[in-house]
Design a protein around this ligand. Structure first.
Ligand code: SF4
Length: 64
């Protein structure tokens, strides 16, 4: 997604069933993602909490 993604839109590289990145570790894995360090503030303690936190952040930063 060279232009990034809009809030509320899933990344095109995210496998919807496994919730895993399909290009992790490959040459086209984005630098932004490579530089992201998981933190409890964003990721919570499990996948369900991470989804809740990220959904809330996306709602707060969505363009009107
Ligand atoms: S790690 Fe990056 S490229 Fe992979 S699914 Fe998440 S946002 Fe998309």
């Amino acid at each position: 997604m060279p232009q990034g993604k809009a809030a509320g839109q899933a990344c095109a590289n995210l496998d919807k069933e496994s919730r895993r990145c399909r290009i992790w570790g490959q040459p086209d894995y984005p630098a932004f993602c490579r530089g992201f360090t998981p933190e409890p503030e964003f990721c919570g303690a499990n996948a369900e909490q991470a989804l809740q936190i990220l959904t809330q952040l996306e709602c707060q930063t969505a363009k009107p």
